[in-house]
Design a protein around this ligand. Sequence first.
Ligand code: PLP
Length: 437
Amino acid sequence: MVMSMEKDQIALPVDEFPQKWYNIVPDLPEPLPPPKEPETGPSRMDFLGRTMIKECLGQEMSNQSWITIPEEIRELYIHMGRPRPLYRAKRLEKRLNLKKVKLYYKREDLSPTGSHKTNTAIAQAYYALKEGKTTLSTETGAGQWGTALSYAAQLLELKCVVFWVKSVYDWKADRRVLMNLLGAKVYSSPSKQTKFGRDFLSKNPNSQGSLGIAISEGLEYAETHDNTVYCLGSVLNHVMTQQSVIGLETIKQFDMIDEKPDLIIGCLGGGSNFSGIALPFIGEVLKGKRECDFLAAQSMAAPNLVKGEYKYDFGDVAEHTPLLKMYTLGHKADMTPIKADGLRYHAAGPIISLLRKHNIVKAVAYPANEKSIFEAARLFLQAEGWLAAPESSYAVRASIDEAVKAEKAGKEKTICMNISGHGWLDLEAYKEKLGFS
Ligand SMILES: Cc1ncc(COP(=O)(O)O)c(C=O)c1O
């Protein structure tokens, strides 16, 4: 089938790339509940002060709507291909026989390491360098964040240590090679490198790990090693703010074609890619400047927004972090490993959780067998030609479902999904889930 010659790629000129990140905190419908100390044990705020990047902790508490992106970070963003294009999914629309519904997708998969995670990795590595640090430590689930931080560390000539959830470390051999090529030290978590890991392993020798466990290890590593800071790839406010470049670009791209999305969809684990695309739009909704709905796509393996409780909880299993007010399944919840393991986190970050409470963000969770997710990914690949990451394929699934529902109801609708990453290093999952030998 030959399509019309109308352009399906909306490219934002480089000089239109945002100068500032958008921080939604001052625009939220009620003050964001602050982090809290638990009733017992040492001060968790002091611990974060010792182990994290000061500038990021400052941004975490910031009440400023706009934070200037330092010129060096802007240069690195542009170096790695920002602004990223927005696409109209004309071929997918055709396959779904959509007449009234338009589908668009934002291309975070074009990142050098394969996901949106580089947007905050570059910022965190830059600030760590400025603060005189030599080593970054972190956790990773899908492996995308670990690769993004290894990449950013290498660009700025820093070292990087990654604790990688065992269930994924074991099958993503190629992504491990990429992290090693980028010079990172990568450990399967729970590991023997930290006291917490050793204690956990002695009680649970067959543990498959979890993001909560890996975060505890990354934090302990930073605490016990000189000149090392811990970097987090999701959940916290400064990560959401640094990801806002996604949505800020997308707003300008829709303006360029005089179109307004009615529904924005992203997959959601801790909330960083969803926040990246959605928060700049939500800010305008809260100011009465636009109307739009927001849908987070999750797995039933970790349905924090769908089944979680809104309460104060720890961000990690070892209880190193302060308590954060979040929709949570409990920081010790046992969650079945899935192929989209980046979505397997017990809680959604405080900003997204507050917006969920106000029903501004809605959520859907798909069965943990992931069958419908991988089928959606295959259809997207065959129609549009791009292989989405397993996590991003949840956004694809939800967008297809919402498009078909609106079409059946005879409603005009413009849907925009975020393709948070590519799946070229996840082929093992595609092989297993779609039955190729
Ligand atoms: C490609 C991709 N998308 C989404 C996610 C989920 O994380 P978040 O909710 O922070 O975007 C991950 C996490 O690793 C990921 O790798």
